[in-house]
Design a protein around this ligand. Structure first.
Ligand SMILES: NC(=O)c1ccc[n+]([C@@H]2O[C@H](COP(=O)([O-])OP(=O)(O)OC[C@H]3O[C@@H](n4cnc5c(N)ncnc54)[C@H](O)[C@@H]3O)[C@@H](O)[C@H]2O)c1
Length: 459
C-alpha cells in the first residue's frame, strides 16, 4: 500500500509510543514507525504486554499495529525512510558536571540530532516532542545544518501536554496542540505539514501556532503553573494542620472563584512524575544563567515546598506513632506517582519508603500496577521491604497504612476487615485525602489526613 506520509518517532517511551499509536489510529493513510535504542522495549511494544500502562492504550495499539504502526530497532533505516521525525527521547535532569541536579541532560537529543544528520538523504521535518530547554531548536538546527550538503532540515517545537493516566484521552481530545516554528516562509511551510497531520482529528481552533521559543517556553511554564498550584495548596495544608482549618473546605471555597477554578487544588503528599520537578529546575537553571536570581528563587520554591511536604508527612507519622517507627510494619497503599499509571518516576512513595527504612521501620508495598517498578526503585536500600499485590494481605500484621497513590481501588476496600488484621493501635495516614475518614475512624483506626484535624481514639 502507498502511504500519504511517513512518520518516525524516535524514543518509544511514555510519550513516543502513545503519540505514534494515536497518529496511526487517526490517520490510516500515514505509515508511523517508532524506533528506540532499547531493544527490549521495542519487543514489548510488539507483544501483548506493552511497556507502558495507560487506560485505552492497548486498544489503539492493537488496532493499528502491523497495519500502519510499526515498532522497530533500525534507527538509521527509520531516518532514511521517513519525512517527518518526532524526537521523543528522554531529557532527564543532569546528574554530573556543570548544572548537575538542575539543568537538562541533553546527551540523548544531541545523539539523535547527530544520527539524523548522519543518515538523512532527503529533506526532513524534525519535531521536538520532548520537553527541551528554551533555544534547543537553535542548537538542533546548527547540528543538522553543519554538513551543508543540500539536504534541508526544518525544526519545529511541538511539546506534549498529555498527563500520564489520561494520556490516550488527552491526545484524542487535547485542550490544545501547540506548534512553534521559525518566522520564515520555510518555517511556516513545515508548520503547515504538522498542522495538517493533527487536523485529521483535532479541531483547527485548538491547534495553536507560535514562534518557536514561545512554544518551548510555554511547555515549561505550563508545568510550572500546575506544580505551583499543588505546592500552594500543600503549603496551605500545613497552616490548616496548625489552625484546625480543613484544607478540603478551604480549597473548595477558593476554587469556586471563577478566576482560580477548582482543578489541581487537592492537598496531598506532593507531586511526583518525571516532568514537574525536572522542568521547573530546568527553568530555574535558565533564570540563574540569565541573571534572573529573584525569578529563579521564586520558581525553585515550588520544588522546595514539595520536598518539605513529603518530609512533613513522614514526621507527622513519626510523631503520631509515639516518636518511634523502629521495628513497626508500615504498608504503603500505592507506589505509582499517580493513579492509572505504572510509572513511579519521582513518586513521593520512593521518598517515604526511604525515610521509613531510615527510621528502621519495615515497609510493605502494594500497588495494582507498579510493583515491578517499585522493586527497581527500592533495590539495594538497607532494611526490610516486601511487595504484596493484594492490599488486604499487604496490610495484615502492619501498624500503619500510608496512602501514597489515589487509586480508586483504595476507596472501595473493607477497612473494618483490614483493621481486624492489623496490630493495634492501628493508623491510617492518608497522603491523598481519598478515604472516608469518618468511616475508617469508626472501625477503629486513628486517621491522619493531610491538612485537616486527625481523628484519633486517644484521650
Ligand atoms: N511522561 C510524560 O508524562 C510526559 C509528558 C509530556 C512531555 N514529556 C516529555 O517527553 C520526553 C520523553 O518522556 P518519556 O516519559 O516518554 O520518557 P521515557 O524515558 O519513557 O522514553 C524515552 C525513550 O527514548 C529512548 N531513547 C533515548 N535516547 C535515544 C536515542 N538516541 N535513540 C532512540 N531512542 C532513544 C529511551 O530508550 C526511552 O525508551 C521528555 O522530554 C519528557 O519531559 C513527558
Amino acid at each position: 500500500m502507498k502511504f500519504e506520509k511517513r512518520i518516525l518517532c524516535i524514543g518509544a517511551g511514555f510519550v513516543g509510543g502513545p503519540t505514534a499509536a494515536m497518529i496511526a489510529c487517526k490517520c490510516p493513510r500515514y505509515r508511523v514507525t517508532v524506533v528506540d535504542t532499547n531493544k527490549e522495549k521495542i519487543a514489548q511494544w510488539n507483544s501483548a504486554a506493552l511497556p507502558v500502562y495507560e487506560p485505552g492504550l492497548d486498544e489503539i495499539v492493537k488496532e493499528a499495529r502491523g497495519r500502519n504502526l510499526f515498532f522497530d530497532t533500525d534507527i538509521p533505516g527509520g531516518i532514511r525512510e521517513n519525512d517527518v521525525i518526532f524526537v521523543c527521547v528522554n531529557t532527564p535532569t543532569k546528574s554530573f558536571g556543570a548544572g548537575a541536579g538542575m539543568a537538562a541532560d541533553l546527551q540523548y537529543w544531541e545523539k539523535t540530532a547527530r544520527q539524523i544528520l548522519e543518515h538523512a538523504r532527503s529533506p526532513k521535518i524534525v519535531v521536538e516532542k520532548s520537553t527541551f530547554p528554551v533555544k534547543t531548536a537553535l542548537a538542533m538546527e546548527r547540528i543538522l545544518n553543519s554538513r551543508n550538503d543540500g539536504v534541508r532540515f526544518d525544526v519545529l517545537s511541538n511539546p506534549e501536554f498529555l498527563a500520564e493516566g489520561t494520556a490516550v484521552r488527552d491526545m484524542e481530545v487535547p485542550d490544545r496542540v501547540l506548534i512553534g516554528s521559525r518566522d520564515s516562509a520555510e518555517g511556516y511551510r513545515a508548520r503547515d505539514v504538522l498542522v495538517e497531520i493533527y487536523a485529521n482529528w483535532v479541531p483547527r481552533e485548538k491547534i495553536l501556532t507560535s514562534n518557536i521559543w514561545s512554544s518551548e517556553l510555554a511547555k515549561l511554564a505550563a508545568n510550572l503553573f500546575l506544580a505551583q498550584r499543588v505546592s500552594t495548596i500543600n503549603a496551605v495544608s500545613a497552616v490548616c494542620e496548625k489552625t484546625e482549618a480543613d484544607v478540603t473546605e478551604v480549597a473548595r471555597i477558593v476554587g469556586m472563584d471563577g478566576r482560580i477554578g477548582p482543578r489541581f487544588l487537592n492537598a496531598s503528599i506532593g507531586f511526583g512524575g518525571s516532568c514537574f520537578k525536572k522542568d521547573i529546575l530546568n527553568l530555574v537553571y535558565l533564570c540563574r544563567h540569565e541573571g534572573l536570581a529573584e525569578v529563579a528563587d521564586y520558581f525553585e520554591a515550588v520544588v522546595r515546598i514539595n520536598e518539605y511536604q513529603k518530609e512533613r508527612f513522614v514526621l507527622n507519622m513519626l510523631e503520631a506513632m509515639f516518636n518511634t517507627l523502629a521495628g513497626k510494619r508500615v504498608c504503603l497503599f500505592g507506589f505509582a506517582f499517580k493513579a492509572n499509571t505504572s510509572d513511579t518516576r519521582e513518586s513521593p512513595a520512593i521518598y517515604v519508603a526511604q525515610r521509613l527504612l531510615e527510621e528502621k521501620a519495615e515497609v510493605v508495598v502494594t500497588d495494582p500496577r507498579a510493583l515491578e517498578n517499585a522493586k527497581t526503585d527500592l533495590k539495594g536500600l538497607a532494611g526490610k521491604v516486601s511487595y504484596v499485590k493484594d492490599p488486604y494481605k499487604a496490610a495484615s500484621g502492619c501498624q500503619a497504612i500510608a496512602v501514597m497513590t489515589e487509586w480508586d481501588l483504595y476507596r472501595g476496600l473493607d477497612y473494618g476487615r483490614i483493621f481486624k488484621r492489623m496490630v493495634k493501635p492501628a493508623f491510617i495516614f492518608d497522603g491523598r485525602n481519598i478515604l472516608d475518614h469518618e468511616l475508617c475512624h469508626e472501625v477503629g483506626f486513628n486517621v491522619y489526613p493531610v491538612g485537616k484535624p486527625g481523628l484519633t481514639h486517644f484521650a
